[in-house]
Design a protein around this ligand. Structure first.
Ligand code: SF4
Length: 366
């Protein structure tokens, strides 16, 4: 069962109504809610699931008689700041629910296609609600619920999923961890910019999507974004794995009334003359470094001078992950991150080690 609900009244009430309409009934006495809050983004930005959606879910669960509700996420960095600036810490206090950092959660191994993977123990005996954000992604085209599950993993497993091929492991993870409910925050969204630019906000979508099947809910959200499922590898692999049917009963706003044309992200980001390239193997460690390099450049005149010379006045290409080709440019090229070691050695290009490397070491090299 899937519902696409337009936000009227308040976000909290809209969620409550959506869950009532699909007659969602929790099957466990304890509930773990896993919202997408990977990094310290402010309330309302299109990179995190709104705390108001989570608040609406909590209201609904309370009405269903659920007393033990836990909100948990394993952010990529700045754990405390992530919970504060996203509005989650305040909301959880007001609602009197526990907010936990999944990086510190007790874990248990579960068998999957690649051996065994460590999952927060809470998942095994709780109702599990996955709240994702409607946004594009550098490697997987869309993020949504299936990709949101990577936030349940230890950092080393998260990196390893990229090295295992990313798309199939995401689908394989969904075959062993199945949320009881998936919600996509489509209040706003993130799409790619013109070629070479990073994502920007799509405002005023004002929808939420709720469904009891992870795959069908993701498929609905991807269609809403205007993407063909055949082009979203992890979803089509999951479909081939028969994770669920695609034709779940639909309620609410008809898909063809709200379909949009999101622009996917490119495989690089360009800031002035600095080109930052990534591949499927590039995990959030090296992806997040781009912003850190820029921020670190502003902390010291020497760094800033280097950054202005290589990045503003002259072209520099920074490669991460495992690119198949290193194209010729008329500028300076460096490889960063341990994933790039073999390729950098093969092509004889300057290399910055680390997993991820430190921004200051990258600036010293450029
Ligand atoms: S080198 Fe970078 S991309 Fe590779 S695993 Fe480490 S942090 Fe991730």
């Amino acid at each position: 069962m899937i519902i696409i609900k337009r936000i009227k009244d308040t976000i909290e009430n809209t969620i409550y109504d959506a869950l009532s309409e699909i007659k969602y009934k929790p099957q466990h006495e304890r509930v773990l809610i896993k919202p997408c809050i990977p990094s310290p983004c402010r309330v309302g930005t299109p990179y995190i699931a709104s705390h108001k959606i989570t608040a609406g879910v909590i209201n609904y669960l309370r009405h269903q008689g659920i007393e033990e509700i836990i909100v948990g996420e394993g952010p990529l960095r700045d754990y405390n700041r992530t919970f504060v600036v996203s509005g989650y810490e305040k909301m959880c206090k007001e609602k009197d629910v526990r907010l936990i950092n999944l990086h510190y959660a007790e874990r248990r191994g579960i068998a999957w296609d690649y051996g065994e993977i460590q999952i927060p123990s809470l998942i095994f005996d709780s109702e599990y609600i996955n709240i994702a954000k409607l946004k594009v992604h550098t490697s997987t085209t869309v993020t949504l619920g299936m990709k949101n599950q990577m936030g349940l993993l230890r950092k080393e497993d998260n990196k390893n999923i990229h090295l295992l091929g990313l798309h199939r492991p995401i689908a394989a993870l969904a075959s062993v961890i199945k949320p009881n409910l998936t919600i996509i925050d489509a209040i706003n969204g993130e799409q790619g910019g013109p070629p070479g630019k990073h994502g920007h906000e799509v405002q005023g979508i004002n929808l939420v999507i709720c469904g009891t099947s992870l795959l069908s809910t993701d498929a609905t959200a991807a269609r809403l974004m205007g993407f063909s499922l055949e082009n979203i590898l992890h979803l089509s692999i999951a479909k081939d794995m028969n994770l669920s049917i695609f034709d779940d009963e639909m309620m609410g706003v008809p898909l063809d009334e709200c379909q949009m044309n999101f622009i996917p992200l490119t495989d690089h980001r360009k800031i002035y003359n600095l080109y930052y390239h990534w591949t499927d193997e590039t995990c959030s460690g090296c992806l997040g470094l781009m912003a850190e390099i820029r921020a670190t450049a502003l902390t010291h005149p020497w760094h800033l001078g280097r950054f202005i010379r290589h990045g503003l006045l002259q072209r520099i290409d920074i490669f991460t992950g495992k690119p198949k080709i290193i194209m010729e440019t008329n500028g300076h090229i460096i490889g960063i991150g341990n994933c790039m070691l073999d390729i950098a050695s093969k092509h004889g290009i300057p290399f910055v080690p680390g997993c991820p490397p430190r921004a200051v070491d990258v600036l010293r090299k450029i």
